[in-house]
Write a protein that binds this ligand. Structure first.
Ligand SMILES: [Zn+2]
Ligand SMILES: [Zn+2]
Length: 253
Protein backbone atom coordinates (compact mmCIF):
# COMPACT_ATOMS: atom_id res chain seq x y z
CA UNK A 1 0.00 0.00 0.00
CA UNK A 2 1.37 3.39 -0.96
CA UNK A 3 -1.79 5.41 -0.40
CA UNK A 4 -4.73 5.08 1.94
CA UNK A 5 -7.87 7.06 1.26
CA UNK A 6 -10.06 5.97 4.16
CA UNK A 7 -8.89 7.01 7.61
CA UNK A 8 -10.72 7.94 10.81
CA UNK A 9 -9.37 9.40 14.06
CA UNK A 10 -10.57 10.03 17.61
CA UNK A 11 -12.65 12.94 16.27
CA UNK A 12 -15.48 10.55 15.24
CA UNK A 13 -15.78 9.26 18.85
CA UNK A 14 -15.48 5.58 17.90
CA UNK A 15 -11.89 5.82 16.72
CA UNK A 16 -8.71 6.56 18.64
CA UNK A 17 -5.58 8.57 17.88
CA UNK A 18 -4.95 12.13 16.83
CA UNK A 19 -4.78 13.15 13.18
CA UNK A 20 -1.04 13.61 13.54
CA UNK A 21 -0.58 10.07 14.89
CA UNK A 22 -1.98 8.68 11.62
CA UNK A 23 0.17 10.98 9.51
CA UNK A 24 3.30 9.97 11.45
CA UNK A 25 2.45 6.30 11.06
CA UNK A 26 1.86 6.77 7.33
CA UNK A 27 5.24 8.46 6.92
CA UNK A 28 6.91 5.73 8.97
CA UNK A 29 5.31 3.02 6.82
CA UNK A 30 6.38 4.71 3.59
CA UNK A 31 2.98 5.84 2.33
CA UNK A 32 3.11 8.61 -0.25
CA UNK A 33 -0.44 9.75 0.30
CA UNK A 34 -2.96 9.72 3.14
CA UNK A 35 -6.53 10.98 3.12
CA UNK A 36 -8.18 11.78 6.44
CA UNK A 37 -11.84 10.96 5.87
CA UNK A 38 -13.81 11.47 9.05
CA UNK A 39 -17.51 10.73 9.25
CA UNK A 40 -19.08 13.95 8.04
CA UNK A 41 -20.70 16.12 10.73
CA UNK A 42 -24.46 16.27 10.18
CA UNK A 43 -26.61 19.33 10.86
CA UNK A 44 -28.32 18.93 14.24
CA UNK A 45 -25.82 16.26 15.36
CA UNK A 46 -28.34 13.38 15.13
CA UNK A 47 -25.88 10.70 16.30
CA UNK A 48 -22.72 10.19 18.27
CA UNK A 49 -20.48 8.50 15.72
CA UNK A 50 -19.12 11.58 14.01
CA UNK A 51 -17.62 15.02 14.56
CA UNK A 52 -20.10 17.41 16.14
CA UNK A 53 -20.86 20.51 14.12
CA UNK A 54 -19.42 22.91 16.69
CA UNK A 55 -16.10 21.01 16.69
CA UNK A 56 -15.70 21.03 12.96
CA UNK A 57 -13.81 24.34 12.75
CA UNK A 58 -11.22 23.08 15.24
CA UNK A 59 -10.84 19.80 13.37
CA UNK A 60 -10.55 21.60 10.06
CA UNK A 61 -7.94 24.05 11.38
CA UNK A 62 -5.85 21.21 12.82
CA UNK A 63 -6.01 19.23 9.59
CA UNK A 64 -5.00 22.26 7.51
CA UNK A 65 -2.04 23.01 9.75
CA UNK A 66 -0.84 19.36 9.62
CA UNK A 67 -1.09 19.33 5.83
CA UNK A 68 1.31 22.26 5.82
CA UNK A 69 3.55 20.78 8.51
CA UNK A 70 4.06 17.51 6.62
CA UNK A 71 4.15 18.86 3.07
CA UNK A 72 7.19 17.56 1.25
CA UNK A 73 7.12 14.36 3.35
CA UNK A 74 3.65 13.07 2.53
CA UNK A 75 0.59 14.30 0.66
CA UNK A 76 -2.23 14.57 3.18
CA UNK A 77 -5.64 15.06 1.63
CA UNK A 78 -8.90 16.29 3.06
CA UNK A 79 -11.84 13.96 2.74
CA UNK A 80 -15.09 13.00 4.44
CA UNK A 81 -17.09 9.79 4.54
CA UNK A 82 -20.70 10.68 3.78
CA UNK A 83 -24.03 8.93 3.54
CA UNK A 84 -26.19 9.79 0.58
CA UNK A 85 -28.88 11.97 2.10
CA UNK A 86 -30.46 13.88 -0.80
CA UNK A 87 -31.30 16.91 1.33
CA UNK A 88 -27.63 17.40 2.23
CA UNK A 89 -26.09 17.43 -1.23
CA UNK A 90 -25.62 21.21 -1.25
CA UNK A 91 -24.07 21.05 2.20
CA UNK A 92 -21.61 18.35 1.02
CA UNK A 93 -20.84 20.33 -2.13
CA UNK A 94 -20.08 23.34 0.00
CA UNK A 95 -17.64 21.35 2.17
CA UNK A 96 -15.94 20.21 -1.01
CA UNK A 97 -15.77 23.52 -2.81
CA UNK A 98 -15.36 26.01 0.04
CA UNK A 99 -13.43 24.00 2.60
CA UNK A 100 -11.27 21.80 0.41
CA UNK A 101 -12.70 18.38 1.23
CA UNK A 102 -11.78 17.06 -2.18
CA UNK A 103 -12.49 13.37 -1.44
CA UNK A 104 -16.06 12.43 -0.55
CA UNK A 105 -16.51 8.72 0.13
CA UNK A 106 -19.97 7.29 -0.19
CA UNK A 107 -20.43 5.06 2.85
CA UNK A 108 -24.15 4.29 3.05
CA UNK A 109 -24.39 3.27 6.71
CA UNK A 110 -28.13 3.95 6.99
CA UNK A 111 -31.08 4.21 4.64
CA UNK A 112 -31.89 7.68 3.34
CA UNK A 113 -34.73 8.03 5.85
CA UNK A 114 -32.28 6.86 8.57
CA UNK A 115 -34.74 4.19 9.72
CA UNK A 116 -32.57 1.25 8.61
CA UNK A 117 -29.07 0.58 9.90
CA UNK A 118 -27.35 -1.01 6.91
CA UNK A 119 -25.15 -3.09 9.23
CA UNK A 120 -28.29 -4.80 10.57
CA UNK A 121 -30.49 -5.62 7.58
CA UNK A 122 -32.41 -8.87 7.58
CA UNK A 123 -34.89 -8.81 4.68
CA UNK A 124 -34.14 -9.10 0.94
CA UNK A 125 -36.14 -5.97 0.14
CA UNK A 126 -33.97 -3.98 2.54
CA UNK A 127 -30.82 -5.08 0.72
CA UNK A 128 -32.39 -4.13 -2.60
CA UNK A 129 -33.33 -0.74 -1.18
CA UNK A 130 -29.70 -0.29 -0.10
CA UNK A 131 -28.61 -0.93 -3.70
CA UNK A 132 -31.18 1.52 -5.07
CA UNK A 133 -30.06 4.23 -2.69
CA UNK A 134 -26.37 3.65 -3.36
CA UNK A 135 -26.84 3.79 -7.12
CA UNK A 136 -28.92 6.95 -6.78
CA UNK A 137 -26.14 8.45 -4.66
CA UNK A 138 -23.45 7.49 -7.16
CA UNK A 139 -25.45 9.10 -9.96
CA UNK A 140 -25.11 12.51 -8.27
CA UNK A 141 -21.48 12.54 -9.41
CA UNK A 142 -20.47 13.94 -6.03
CA UNK A 143 -18.65 10.93 -4.65
CA UNK A 144 -15.03 10.03 -5.33
CA UNK A 145 -15.41 6.33 -4.59
CA UNK A 146 -17.78 3.86 -2.99
CA UNK A 147 -16.73 2.59 0.44
CA UNK A 148 -17.52 -1.01 1.44
CA UNK A 149 -20.22 -1.80 -1.16
CA UNK A 150 -20.85 -5.14 0.57
CA UNK A 151 -21.40 -3.67 4.06
CA UNK A 152 -24.96 -5.10 4.50
CA UNK A 153 -23.53 -8.64 4.62
CA UNK A 154 -22.50 -7.75 8.21
CA UNK A 155 -26.09 -8.18 9.38
CA UNK A 156 -27.77 -9.92 6.48
CA UNK A 157 -25.19 -12.69 6.67
CA UNK A 158 -25.83 -14.49 3.37
CA UNK A 159 -24.80 -13.87 -0.23
CA UNK A 160 -28.17 -15.10 -1.53
CA UNK A 161 -29.82 -14.15 -4.82
CA UNK A 162 -31.20 -10.85 -3.47
CA UNK A 163 -27.82 -9.88 -2.11
CA UNK A 164 -26.05 -10.70 -5.34
CA UNK A 165 -28.72 -8.84 -7.29
CA UNK A 166 -28.04 -5.80 -5.12
CA UNK A 167 -24.28 -6.04 -5.68
CA UNK A 168 -24.82 -6.55 -9.40
CA UNK A 169 -26.80 -3.33 -9.55
CA UNK A 170 -24.13 -1.42 -7.64
CA UNK A 171 -21.21 -2.73 -9.70
CA UNK A 172 -23.04 -2.07 -12.99
CA UNK A 173 -23.50 1.50 -11.91
CA UNK A 174 -19.86 1.91 -10.78
CA UNK A 175 -18.71 0.50 -14.10
CA UNK A 176 -20.96 2.81 -16.07
CA UNK A 177 -19.94 5.89 -14.09
CA UNK A 178 -16.27 4.95 -13.71
CA UNK A 179 -16.42 5.17 -9.91
CA UNK A 180 -13.87 3.07 -7.99
CA UNK A 181 -15.11 0.58 -5.39
CA UNK A 182 -13.39 -0.13 -2.12
CA UNK A 183 -12.23 -3.44 -0.68
CA UNK A 184 -12.45 -2.61 3.00
CA UNK A 185 -9.83 -3.99 5.38
CA UNK A 186 -11.63 -2.85 8.53
CA UNK A 187 -14.50 -5.24 7.83
CA UNK A 188 -12.00 -8.05 7.57
CA UNK A 189 -10.22 -7.00 10.75
CA UNK A 190 -13.47 -7.10 12.72
CA UNK A 191 -14.72 -10.23 10.91
CA UNK A 192 -17.92 -8.54 9.82
CA UNK A 193 -18.28 -10.67 6.71
CA UNK A 194 -17.06 -8.04 4.27
CA UNK A 195 -15.15 -8.03 2.02
CA UNK A 196 -17.34 -10.95 0.95
CA UNK A 197 -15.54 -13.33 -1.38
CA UNK A 198 -18.64 -14.12 -3.48
CA UNK A 199 -19.22 -10.42 -4.02
CA UNK A 200 -15.68 -9.75 -5.22
CA UNK A 201 -15.85 -12.77 -7.51
CA UNK A 202 -18.82 -11.04 -9.08
CA UNK A 203 -16.90 -7.75 -9.20
CA UNK A 204 -14.25 -9.44 -11.35
CA UNK A 205 -16.83 -9.72 -14.13
CA UNK A 206 -17.03 -5.95 -14.49
CA UNK A 207 -14.56 -3.38 -15.76
CA UNK A 208 -14.08 -1.89 -12.33
CA UNK A 209 -11.34 0.01 -10.59
CA UNK A 210 -10.91 -1.29 -7.06
CA UNK A 211 -9.19 0.36 -4.16
CA UNK A 212 -7.96 -1.38 -1.03
CA UNK A 213 -8.52 0.86 2.01
CA UNK A 214 -7.63 0.44 5.65
CA UNK A 215 -10.71 2.32 6.94
CA UNK A 216 -8.50 2.64 10.01
CA UNK A 217 -10.09 3.68 13.28
CA UNK A 218 -6.91 2.93 15.27
CA UNK A 219 -3.38 3.87 14.25
CA UNK A 220 -2.17 0.26 14.20
CA UNK A 221 -4.80 -0.59 11.58
CA UNK A 222 -3.44 1.80 8.98
CA UNK A 223 -0.95 -0.69 7.58
CA UNK A 224 -1.91 -4.13 8.83
CA UNK A 225 -2.25 -7.79 7.87
CA UNK A 226 -5.92 -7.12 7.05
CA UNK A 227 -4.85 -4.69 4.34
CA UNK A 228 -2.43 -7.27 2.97
CA UNK A 229 -5.16 -9.93 2.95
CA UNK A 230 -7.43 -7.63 0.97
CA UNK A 231 -4.64 -7.01 -1.51
CA UNK A 232 -4.08 -10.76 -1.80
CA UNK A 233 -7.80 -11.38 -2.40
CA UNK A 234 -7.82 -8.77 -5.16
CA UNK A 235 -4.77 -10.32 -6.75
CA UNK A 236 -6.20 -13.82 -6.59
CA UNK A 237 -9.46 -12.70 -8.20
CA UNK A 238 -7.54 -10.62 -10.78
CA UNK A 239 -9.29 -7.41 -9.87
CA UNK A 240 -7.87 -4.15 -11.15
CA UNK A 241 -6.51 -2.35 -8.11
CA UNK A 242 -5.58 1.31 -8.14
CA UNK A 243 -2.56 2.10 -5.99
CA UNK A 244 -3.35 5.82 -6.18
CA UNK A 245 -6.51 7.72 -7.04
CA UNK A 246 -5.82 9.29 -10.42
CA UNK A 247 -8.61 11.86 -10.29
CA UNK A 248 -7.14 14.07 -7.56
CA UNK A 249 -5.56 17.48 -7.77
CA UNK A 250 -1.82 16.87 -8.22
CA UNK A 251 -0.96 19.83 -5.99
CA UNK A 252 -3.49 20.07 -3.16
CA UNK A 253 -3.25 23.13 -0.94
ZN1 LIG B 1 -16.30 4.70 11.59
ZN1 LIG C 1 -17.94 3.29 6.63
Amino acid sequence: MIANYHTHTRWCRHGTGEIEDYIREAVKRGLAELAITEHVPLPGDPDRIRIYCDEFDDFDRELDSLIQKYSGRITVRKGLECEYYPKLLDYYRNLQEKRGYEILLLGQHTSIDRRLDNFCLSRPEEVLLYADEVTEGLATGLFTFLAHPDVPIAGYGRADSAFMEAMDKIFSSCEKLGIPVEINANGLYYKRGYPCREVWKLAAKYRLDCLVSADAHHVENLVSPSVEQCEALAKELRLTVLSRLPSLDPCPR
